[in-house]
Write a protein that binds this ligand. Structure first.
Ligand SMILES: [Zn+2]
Length: 265
């Protein structure tokens, strides 16, 4: 019914709003999934203000993404578009539904196969026992030592702190590795929940007590600052990977994240 209401609004200047089928036209936008990538509650659970990524094909042609709203469709201009992905922010007033996209020619994709659950911001005042969304990974005095990249292609950021200072999960997620390596020392990898990212803690005093597979929330203690492995002085070597650490992902500069978490904390 919503689509029927919507169609006239997008019919445009005397142009068919229906994707021509089987004419070999190609370039018809399609949506295979919509996942939350920022300010998420879960992969398919969001609030207004969350950033979602549409996955599909020919998405570089997207001119508008359309969410279901309580009073009718809510159209939004995507922030970024590539052939396989388009990102957009969930607008105020959006409700649970299956978003779709419209390309520059006015063609409309099918709705996403999975429902995107939108929690109203007003219905859920913060629960009494709530965990923060993020936390600075060092729970104690610390100072920035060395940044990302540089001549030695540093894969993370070094933050100095007294040995024994508690380390906490910066993001909610799941423990993916808990190991020792000669350079990294005792290290821990957390697969962040709701974002396609891994975070890594190196040089911990001792192996983390958290078993692989353990779920953590932001602020969960994961270990303590140490100088195990190849470390001159007590510090945390912290890495942020887009995608899977070491397995096809890419280490990016963690400093913007660290700053944001520190400001939020
Ligand atoms: Zn380092």
């Amino acid at each position: 019914m919503l689509l029927a209401v919507l169609a006239p609004a997008f019919a445009g200047p005397a142009r068919a709003a229906v994707v021509p089928g089987g004419v070999g036209a190609g370039g018809a936008v399609s949506v295979a999934d919509v996942i939350c990538v920022k300010q998420c509650i879960a992969v398919h659970k969001v609030r207004p203000g969350s950033t979602v990524r549409f996955r599909g094909s020919d998405l570089e042609e997207v001119s508008q993404v359309v969410f279901r709203g309580a009073g009718g469709p809510l159209k939004v201009t995507p922030m970024r578009r590539t052939e396989r992905a388009a990102t957009a922010v969930v607008p105020e007033g959006a409700v649970a539904g299956r978003p779709y996209v419209i390309d520059q020619a006015g063609h409309q994709s099918r709705p996403a196969p999975h429902k995107l659950f939108v929690l109203a911001p007003t219905t859920a005042p913060a629960p009494v026992v709530s965990s923060p969304a993020t936390a600075y990974p060092i729970a104690g005095p610390h100072e920035l030592w060395e940044g990302f990249g540089g001549t030695r292609e540093h894969g993370g950021v070094d933050v100095g702190a007294a040995c024994g200072t508690p380390l906490v999960a910066a993001l909610p997620g799941k423990v993916e590795y808990n190991k020792y390596e000669s350079r990294a020392g005792n290290y821990l990898v957390i697969d962040a929940e709701g974002v396609d990212a891994d975070i890594i803690y190196m040089h911990m005093t001792a192996p983390s007590s958290l078993k692989v597979g353990t779920l953590v929330t932001a602020g969960t203690p994961v270990g303590t600052v140490g100088d195990t492995g190849n470390a001159s002085g007590c510090h945390l070597h912290f890495e942020y990977w887009m995608g899977e650490a070491w397995l096809g992902g890419e280490a990016v500069d963690p400093l913007p994240y660290l700053k944001a978490w520190e400001a939020a904390g």
